[in-house]
Design a protein around this ligand. Structure first.
Ligand SMILES: Nc1ncnc2c1ncn2[C@@H]1O[C@H](COP(=O)(O)OP(=O)(O)OP(=O)(O)O)[C@@H](O)[C@H]1O
Length: 244
């Protein structure tokens, strides 16, 4: 479903490559956690997958299309199929839960309809459904600035779900949350992942969370893949190598 071939990224002004010669292949149904020290290259990998960043070398293929070769219009189409959740949620604070979730339809609509803020009854119905899926029905009309961090991330997840994605990407989605809330968010992500048979790919700092929820762990060290395997095989030795 998603193939990464010989991917390298060299940012201007940096001596060291952020990613060098990365080769990975992912199937639908995998729940992958990406581990690595700060600066290892995890975010760079996610940004190449969703086409936000053009690599210096190599290719990303999604459902047979080379993302790296697409023009902006085709890239927008691909991005609809990739829901994204963020560390700082990227919500609009003064808008309600429902309004924030509805922005998840924007990739599918004309800019005119986005501008006038008109939504079809089908879109509204689906928005209410995904809000229920993340357990926020009683907060639908609340401004998101009045929600807790965990609730905000639930809104972020609902917004991503509204896109009907095949892939769910997360760049440190629980790094701003306490351990208990992080666990709840991962439980929810896993439930949604199973329900929709997604490919889920999440950067995470907490090794225990990755070992508890992932079906596959990938470790990045100085821009290289240094581990790719089952959570049980991510042992102390690999931990030391990853975080040395
Ligand atoms: N826009 C940029 N311009 C220049 N260098 C960058 C840029 N973004 C990232 N880098 C560098 O590329 C390397 C990889 O960064 P990246 O953000 O991918 O790491 P990360 O593993 O996601 O780190 P963190 O866990 O802190 O988010 C780092 O050395 C970083 O300083």
């Amino acid at each position: 479903m998603l193939d990464i071939q010989n991917l390298s990224v060299q940012y201007a002004g940096n001596d060291q490559a952020a990613l060098s010669d990365v080769n990975l292949s992912f199937k639908r149904g995998e729940f992958v956690c990406v581990l690595g020290k700060s600066g290892a290259g995890k975010s760079t990998l996610i940004r190449c997958i969703n086409g936000l960043l053009k690599p210096t070398n190599g290719e990303v293929h999604f459902d047979g299309k080379a993302i790296t070769m697409l023009n902006e219009a085709d890239l927008r189409q691909v991005r609809r199929e990739m829901g994204m959740i963020f560390q700082h949620f990227n919500l609009i604070p003064r808008l309600t839960v429902l309004q924030n979730v509805l922005t998840g339809t924007f990739g599918y609509r004309s800019s005119f309809r986005n501008l006038i803020g008109w939504f079809s009854s089908e879109e509204l119905e689906r928005a209410h459904r995904v809000i229920a899926d993340v357990g926020l029905t009683d907060q639908t009309k609340k401004r998101v600035e009045r929600l807790s961090g965990g609730q905000k991330q639930r809104v972020g997840i609902a917004r991503a779900l509204l896109q009907r994605p095949k892939v769910l990407l997360g760049d440190e989605p629980v790094s701003s949350l306490d351990p208990g809330t992080s666990n709840h968010i991962f439980t929810l992500l896993k439930k949604i992942h199973d329900q929709h048979q997604l490919l889920t790919l999440i950067n995470v700092h907490d090794v225990n969370l990755a070992k508890r929820y992932a079906t596959r762990i990938i470790a990045v060290t100085n821009g290289k893949i240094t581990f790719d395997g089952a959570p049980n095989d991510f042992n102390e030795e690999v931990f030391e190598l990853t975080y040395q």
